[in-house]
Write a protein that binds this ligand. Structure first.
Ligand code: FAD
Length: 532
């Protein structure tokens, strides 16, 4: 039984503000709204089941000597492959330093030098040192620990852990609340939380794919729920893959950090051939998407892909990379003397629920922040460490917007019983979800083409046809939007690569905007075309 900060009481009334998700975006928004009463519903105990806790690098913010807002914006535009929204990016980058100070105020122990100044590191594709970190690779954990402590000490924030939200309730133009299932979604009981404002902060989509670095809860329910309620979804086809997840059958897959390649580790296939040299002059240090495709091609051709660190790191492995070392040793691989089997893994979703500068979605009463959104700042490919920044900047803007738009009500109440039904499931290891994850990895993965995407859309439609479960409908909806948008975009750009249209095309230098109704029309067309 999961612990609740408070237990829901059953009397009629409405919650003023409900936040769906207890990762960085959700908790930061709740803190920024205080002392206004909010209820945070989180699928898992806060600190668990959130990508935020696993973030290793840190947060990007232009705070260093010689760094400027313009430089950070330019790097972000560059990474996003031509379709980044510059206005939104400028706004995000400009507010970054203030949000870092907020985090310091909440007690986040960012690394400082002897003079007490923040230590800023550099990451790939950043032209300046601008990543604030905690003890090397502990940023996410430290940020979340500090925020959780702050949340627990804020009486206006009620946290209900183990509440899986299944549905956004829409009344006319408005979202008027959510329906959630307690006990990590396993209860027969459904609880409704009527609310005047709902803030969706439910994270990413990694678990729609069979290999991912994301926690299980990141299975795209937020995008699906919002689309089903009528929101506009933007850029769902753009997925960032990490090229070197450790391929030892663990789910989620542990990472073999990029620093290993930076230190000279080579990618080889089972014949010992260093295949990246055939693909890019920078070899293993080519951009992430190119390395991902190189690794994927070897895996697909059944030659396998391995990260050989035996010469570059060798005997220093246990001290130099303790986390990677432990992951490998748990599978009986000694990375000091043996190559590490690797595979590309879904790492980050650039697309999501379309939001404006105040975090508003296309539906009144629904705001969204964090990875579930598409604010436009990532374009077709995310610049490393911009995602935590996006989460805090837009969560804070949402809090301001809600405070300005909705005066504090006199009465608040807690959740009502929304009845029972027979849908309590652990979806996470159910056969239909496993089937979907294979479909997505095989056909909507690192390398896509018209045939594979058509096959994916048909398979998703088939699963939809058989499905009776609400939560799985949300998941299938997200998968469908991703596959349809990938089919529509007949070019390759950033995190979307089509082997049948490998070039970037000028007419596609634009974002994708899709509603569920539009996606369903395309699915119907695909269903009518003849199978070859
Ligand atoms: C291994 C790893 C390393 C990373 N490193 C970095 C980095 O160094 N820098 C960086 O900027 N980004 C990094 N990222 C990306 C970054 O961590 C995420 O984009 C960011 O943390 C997303 O925050 P969020 O609050 O939107 O979502 P999350 O932190 O994932 O939180 C989502 C919350 O929603 C809950 N939830 C999900 N579905 C439901 C539902 N139906 N009902 C109720 N609750 C629900 C979850 O349980 C969770 O509480 C990394 C990601 C991973 C996986």
């Amino acid at each position: 039984m999961l612990t609740d900060h408070f237990r829901p009481q059953s009397f009629n009334g409405i919650d003023d503000i409900v936040i769906v998700g207890g990762g960085l975006a959700g908790l930061f928004c709740a803190l920024k709204l205080s002392p206004r009463p909010v209820t945070v519903l989180a699928a898992a105990p806060i600190g668990h089941g959130a990508s935020s806790t696993w973030a290793q690098g840190g947060i990007a913010a232009a705070m260093g000597l010689g760094d400027t807002i313009d430089k950070h914006v330019a790097d972000t535009l560059n990474a996003g492959a031509g379709i980044v929204d510059e206005k939104m990016t400028r706004l995000m980058v400009a507010e970054g330093p203030a949000r870092i100070h907020d985090l310091l105020g909440y007690g986040v122990p960012f690394d400082r030098d002897l003079e007490g100044k923040l230590v800023l590191s550099r990451e790939a594709a950043h032209s300046e040192r601008r990543i604030v970190r905690v003890k090397g690779d502990m940023a996410g954990k430290a940020i979340m620990e500090a925020l959780i402590a702050a949340v627990r000490n804020t009486p206006s924030i009620r946290v209900l852990e183990g509440y899986v939200v299944e549905e956004l309730v829409r009344q006319g133009r408005f979202i008027s609340g959510v329906i959630a299932r307690p006990d990590a979604g396993q209860s027969k009981k459904r609880v409704s939380f009527p609310a005047r404002a709902v803030v969706l902060c439910s994270g990413g989509v990694g678990h729609l794919f069979s290999v991912t670095t994301n926690p299980t809860e990141a299975c795209g329910q937020g995008v699906g729920m919002a689309a089903r309620a009528g929101a506009i979804i933007a850029d769902p086809e753009f997925v960032q893959f990490h090229p070197t997840a450790i391929n030892i059958g663990r789910d989620p897959a542990p990472l073999a950090t990029e620093a290993l390649r930076g230190d000279g580790a080579h990618l080889i296939n089972s014949a010992g051939h260093r295949f990246m040299l055939d693909i890019h002059p920078d070899g293993e240090l080519a951009p992430r998407d190119i390395v991902s495709r190189g690794v994927f091609a070897e895996v697909l051709a059944k030659r396998g892909a391995f990260l050989d660190c035996t010469k570059a790191v060798g005997a220093h492995f246990p001290e130099a990379f303790p986390t990677v070392y432990a992951s490998c040793m748990s599978a009986g691989i000694d990375p000091a003397t043996q190559p590490i089997p690797v595979v590309p893994a879904v790492h980050y979703h650039m697309g999501g629920v379309l939001t404006d500068a105040e975090g508003r979605t296309a539906i009144d009463g629904l705001w969204a922040a964090g990875e579930v959104t598409s604010t436009g700042v990532h374009g077709a490919n995310r610049l490393a460490s911009n995602s935590l920044l996006e989460a805090v900047v837009f969560a804070a803007r949402i809090a301001e917007n809600i405070k300005g738009m909705l005066p504090e009500p006199k009465i608040t109440g807690w959740g009502n019983n929304a009845g029972e039904n027979d849908d309590p499931v652990t979806l996470e290891d159910s056969p239909p979800l496993t089937a979907l994850r294979h479909v997505m990895s095989d056909h909507v993965g690192v390398i896509r083409n018209k045939d594979s995407l058509t096959r994916a859309i048909r398979a998703i439609a088939n699963l939809e046809h058989q499905n009776t479960r609400l939560r799985f409908s949300n998941i299938l909806t997200t998968a469908k939007l991703m596959a349809v948008a990938a089919l529509q975009r007949t070019e390759s750009r950033g995190g979307h690569f089509r082997s049948d249209c490998p070039e970037r095309r000028a007419e596609w230098k634009r974002r994708t905007y899709l509603t569920l109704a539009e996606a369903d029309r395309i699915v119907a067309d695909v269903a009518e075309t003849e199978v070859v």
